[in-house]
Design a protein around this ligand. Structure first.
Ligand SMILES: *Cc1c(COP(=O)(O)O)cnc(C)c1O
Length: 443
């Protein structure tokens, strides 16, 4: 992007000056529409989510045995929904502002198998690919008991095929562990910011880890190139995959069930606000899509990004989507938030979801660390820095008069509202690493 363009852009979109100054910003998209009006732009519907849900059910008997940690949930990979009232008090004290609604957390941080939100999309895409190959070879049919995938003949079969993915860490973990378990030959192309323990864990599972000194975009490009040379290699494309997106979207109906079980109402008088940390966009986009399909216009989703990697905010705000990267503004895309260090957002997700996502905000790494320590102190829940990005959301929402007025939400409605912070990772962080995070939280 030339200097001239950048000047035009900042005069058209003054908010970009704040982004470039690495200030924390909040932007509520005035072009948000109803589900009815927004849905056609997604290009996917209820039936697609239902198919994904059924596929996960078919694999459940296999997963329950292959990963004993999923036995209790009968092979369904799902996380808990918990109240965090002490954290609510801590946030109120910290911001010196009240939070009227109920504050809850969705603990995808503790999803089985890979300990992050990527256990939804990543694992689902590997299963989808495996099923397709096994169907085509006549080895499997929908009515089979999928626990037969544990038989050696299937491992032999999948060994002939390979899977490749580019990742900052957590996607690689989900895809690497799942692919290796089925028997695939799997390569994970990892960016410079990926943690050593994640690389080590993958190698323990027999995954081929390829390391890069550059960022996520480069790791993805290299992975893609290598896969193109090999017709038996399937490249999982985090930037464009509808399959990943659908894997995430199943979270909507699952959450709806959990809300029903806990007798939490979501309707016009009881709005639900959900705060999702955003990297390339597939995870938060897919979950938001599923939530919209489950709760309709009464759920309001916000995406949270690091001040150093505000790619989705930039893409949606300017309407340029994947035609602009944070680096074009001179922003360095360096953040401690694994999974969020993405300079260019998914063009697919940005365009599909821009009408259905209410707002976007950024926060500094220091803020994420602070919140990490506060949550540990208040609720004894340990997360990785990125997973805290959703935490300031309730303050931004409740105290933005323009946004509240536009939604027609008054104080008494806010008292009946639920704020749900989507905790996206941290459950598998080694103790030593966590001690370092906690040490940083008090600086
Ligand atoms: C990947 C990831 C996200 C965001 O998901 P995207 O699909 O990249 O937007 C958020 N939090 C954590 C911990 C992640 O690993």
């Amino acid at each position: 992007m030339t200097e001239l363009n950048l000047n035009n852009l900042t005069s058209d979109f003054p908010l970009l000056n704040k982004l470039m100054a690495l200030e924390e910003v909040v932007w509520f998209n005035p072009n948000v529409t109803t589900l009815d009006q927004g849905l056609p732009y997604v290009g996917l519907d209820e039936k697609d989510i239902h198919d994904a849900s059924l596929r996960l059910q078919r694999f459940a008997p296999y997963l329950a045995i292959a990963f004993p940690e999923t036995q209790l949930s009968n092979g369904i990979i799902e996380s808990n929904l918990v109240d965090i009232p002490t954290m609510k008090t801590a946030l109120e004290a910290y911001y010196q502002l009240p939070i009227k609604g109920r504050l809850m957390m969705k603990k995808d941080s503790h999803l089985p198998i890979s300990g992050s939100i990527k256990a939804r999309g990543g694992i689902y895409e590997v299963l989808t690919h495996a099923e397709k190959l096994a169907f085509e070879a006549g080895l499997l049919s929908e009515s089979d008991d999928y626990s037969k995938l544990l038989e050696p003949e299937f491992r032999e079969f999948f060994k002939q095929y390979s899977i490749a993915v580019g990742s900052t860490g957590n996607l690689g973990m989900s895809i690497g562990i799942m692919s290796a378990k089925l028997g695939f030959t799997v390569s994970v192309h990892m960016s410079a910011d990926a943690r050593a323990w994640k690389k080590n864990k993958l190698r323990e599972h027999g995954v081929n880890v390829v390391e890069y000194e550059q960022d996520y975009g480069v790791a993805v490009e290299q992975g893609r190139k290598e896969a193109e040379l090999d017709p038996r290699c399937f490249f999982i494309d985090d930037e464009n995959s509808k399959t990943l997106f659908l894997g995430y979207s199943v979270a909507g109906e699952r959450l709806k069930q959990q809300f029903a079980q806990q007798q939490i109402v979501v309707d016009e008088a009881h709005p639900l606000f959900v705060y999702l940390p955003c990297g390339v966009g597939g995870g938060p986009g897919g979950v938001a899509f599923g939530l919209k399909m489950a709760f309709g216009d009464h759920v309001h989703c916000l995406f949270a990004e690091p001040t150093h990697s505000p790619c989705m905010l930039l893409g949606v705000h300017t309407g340029l989507h994947d035609e602009i990267a944070v680096q074009d503004l001179g922003i360095d895309n360096l953040t401690a938030a694994d999974g969020l260090a993405v300079g260019r957002a998914s063009g697919f997700v940005g365009r599909a979801m821009e009408r259905l996502v209410d707002g976007y905000y950024t926060l500094t790494d220091e803020r994420m660390y602070q919140l990490l320590g506060q949550l540990n102190q208040a609720e004894a829940i340990k997360l990785e820095p990125s997973a805290l990005a959703g935490m300031p959301g309730p303050i931004h929402v409740e105290h933005n008069n323009e946004y509240m007025t536009r939604l027609g939400i008054d104080d008494s409605t806010l008292f009946n509202s639920t704020h749900l912070v989507w905790a996206t990772g941290g459950g598998m962080v080694p103790e030593q690493e966590m001690a370092m995070y906690l040490a940083k939280s008090s600086i």
